[in-house]
Design a protein around this ligand. Structure first.
Ligand SMILES: Nc1ncnc2c1ncn2[C@@H]1O[C@H](COP(=O)(O)OP(=O)(O)OP(=O)(O)O)[C@@H](O)[C@H]1O
Length: 249
């Protein structure tokens, strides 16, 4: 899959896939194209070449809301919550966003799963960063997605919160078989949690594989820490639940 924006090539021949109940880490230096890749996977940007498939279905032309209905969910780097609504009102608005409406029970279940333990009468805008992330995550998992794209969910969190986030994500994956793609700069978190990682640099995949192998790779080290990539790596694998590939075929 390839993407150009404003006449600039942002992603070139990128392919990746995540299976159900799997965590795929997506890493790379600033500006490597990680968020842009999420924009393509979630349908907010249209790639110039390639295809995206979800649960065996070609969703390349599907919009962001259509992909959400088909089971794709996405978090953003900044946990922006509706400041004018309380936590309870945020859940109510989310429950009514798609038909059939979800129940209050679904919201309570999702809040528990996301470890959101706050007064539902509180304005969402008064929550701290982690509780905002939990609220937004709960709103997503309420709809029981099959794939979750998480853009730097640990950003702004302290270590104990990151440990808790790790537990929340593992449970989503292990018990509910959600496939997670996680953009994360903390390599130690990915080493602990990811089944596989893909490394992007300057819009290209330069390595993929088990975290312990990939993070030991001197080429990855060079690209990630010194900004000097010297390797380009081709192909995709796997039994994919969500995937993007380089060609339309
Ligand atoms: N809408 C846009 N128009 C033009 N260029 C863009 C646009 N969005 C992103 N870019 C460029 O695409 C490149 C990749 O950006 P992207 O945000 O995807 O990288 P990233 O790997 O997520 O970086 P970071 O880790 O800093 O979030 C950057 O050079 C950025 O300036």
């Amino acid at each position: 899959m390839s993407l150009s924006l404003g006449g600039r090539s942002i992603l070139q021949d990128v392919s990746l896939a995540v299976g159900q109940g799997e965590i795929l880490g997506l890493v790379g230096p600033n500006g490597a194209g990680k968020t842009s890749l999420f924009e393509v996977l979630s349908g907010r940007y249209a790639a110039q070449a390639g295809r995206v498939s979800l649960a065996g279905r070609d969703v390349t032309s599907a919009s962001f809301p259509e992909r959400a209905r088909l089971g794709m969910a996405r978090t953003f780097q900044s946990p922006v919550v509706p400041a004018a609504l309380t936590v309870g009102e945020t859940f109510r608005a989310t429950r009514k966003a798609y038909r059939p409406y979800l129940s209050a029970h679904d919201a309570e279940w999702a809040a528990r799963l996301a470890h959101l333990d706050v007064d539902w009468e509180r304005p969402a805008g008064t929550l701290d960063t982690f509780d905002r992330r939990k609220l937004l995550l709960a709103c997503l998992i309420m709809r029981r997605p099959s794939v979750l794209l998480m853009d730097e969910p640990a950003s702004g969190l302290i270590n104990t919160e990151i440990d808790e986030l790790d537990m929340i994500i593992r449970r989503l994956v292990d018990e509910y078989e959600i496939g997670v793609i996680l953009i994360e700069h903390r390599l130690e978190l990915l080493s602990a949690i990811a089944d596989r990682v893909v490394v992007l640099d300057l819009g290209e995949v330069i390595a993929r594989g088990a975290p312990e192998e990939v993070f030991r790779d001197p080429r990855v080290h060079a690209a990630y820490f010194e900004g000097a990539p010297d390797a380009r790596e081709p192909h995709a694998r796997e039994t994919a639940w969500l995937s993007c590939s380089r060609s339309a075929g």
